[in-house]
Design a protein around this ligand. Structure first.
Ligand code: CP
Length: 308
């Protein structure tokens, strides 16, 4: 990884922990430049990209596709349901194959935490690997679009009071964001059920009741309740989650004038946030989705920059 004249160059993008602050700022500024028409991508040759999604996705999958089309890349059609994965082929052999076919980039979402380590450490895969989410591990492109959305609003991260709210244990978005936001100087709070909080998060911020901080926050970052990753019954209904931990109209009314509300989506309307607040004036949930295309253009450009 390197930076030249403010231009970020990456071999892979697998975890926010591996990016420097300068690289993070370079990528989100470049994303804004793509959004505002100030950046153009100048391909040195024809590039090929494959999107391998082994978990469901709307935003990440489709915004990578749009980003790739906007950059003029050739998309290699890949459907996990009809691929040779169904004959027992491993992820490694699937990516080795796509690399041999000439895929410059493989964007991968997979349920296994750290699935990417074998791919990037093997020395046999020529494709750049972009992690589109590994189980409850990391979600770096989501984190970068979240940071771009915050930066557009405030122009900095230092001393912003940010609450990350909800299903922390199962959220790759939370893990990517807590690490980088702390490193960029934000003051973090965690809210939500104690059973979804772990002492390992203490190094990044404090676990508090949402009502104790709601009127001080600059950013309310809500997380989806990830029912599919819960082993057993939870101790609350949708209604009790909403009233104890969710963004209700009463809590929204306590927010500062300049505060913003974020959620990576998909949203459980009426659970993490009252249904009508998804499109409320302080909500940036739709802006996050739109920013995803532009920051993903910046990511793809960064992994292509030094390729022969
Ligand atoms: N935010 C996010 O990762 O959404 P998808 O699961 O739809 O990609």
């Amino acid at each position: 990884m390197s930076m030249l004249n403010g231009q970020v160059s990456l071999q892979n993008l697998v975890s926010m922990e591996l990016l420097t602050n300068e690289e993070v700022l370079g990528l989100i500024r470049r994303g804004s430049d793509f959004k505002n028409g100030r950046a153009t991508f100048k391909p040195k040759r024809q590039y090929f990209v494959a999107n391998l999604f082994f978990e469901s996705s709307t935003r990440t999958h489709k915004s990578f596709e749009v980003a790739e089309m906007r950059l003029g890349l050739n998309l290699i059609d890949f459907d996990a349901k009809t691929s040779s994965v169904n004959k027992g082929e491993t992820l490694y052999d699937t990516v080795l194959t796509l690399s041999a076919l000439g895929a410059d980039v493989c964007v991968i979402r997979h349920p296994d935490v750290d699935y990417y380590k074998q791919l990037v450490e093997s020395g046999h895969i020529n494709s750049a690997i972009i992690n589109g989410g590994d189980g409850s591990g990391q979600h770096p492109s989501q984190s970068l679009l979240d940071l771009m959305t915050i930066y557009e609003e405030f122009g900095h991260f230092e001393q912003l009071k940010i609450a990350i709210c909800g299903d922390l244990t199962h959220s790759r978005v939370a893990k990517s964001n807590m690490q980088i936001l702390k490193r960029l100087g934000a003051e973090l709070y965690f809210t939500g059920p104690a059973e979804w909080y772990s002492e390992e998060f203490d190094v990044y911020g404090r676990h508090v009741a949402i009502d104790d901080v709601i009127d001080e926050l600059d950013v309310v970052m809500l997380l989806r309740v990830q029912h599919e990753r819960h082993d057993g019954e939870t101790s609350f209904s949708k209604e009790s989650y909403n009233s104890q931990f969710g963004l209700t109209q009463a809590r929204y009314d306590c927010l500062k004038d300049q505060a913003i509300v974020m959620h990576p989506a998909p949203v459980n309307r009426g659970v993490e946030i009252d249904d009508h607040l998804v499109e409320a004036p302080k909500s940036r949930i739709v802006a996050q989705m739109a920013n995803g295309v532009f920051v993903r253009m910046a990511i793809i450009e960064a992994v292509l920059r030094d390729r022969a």
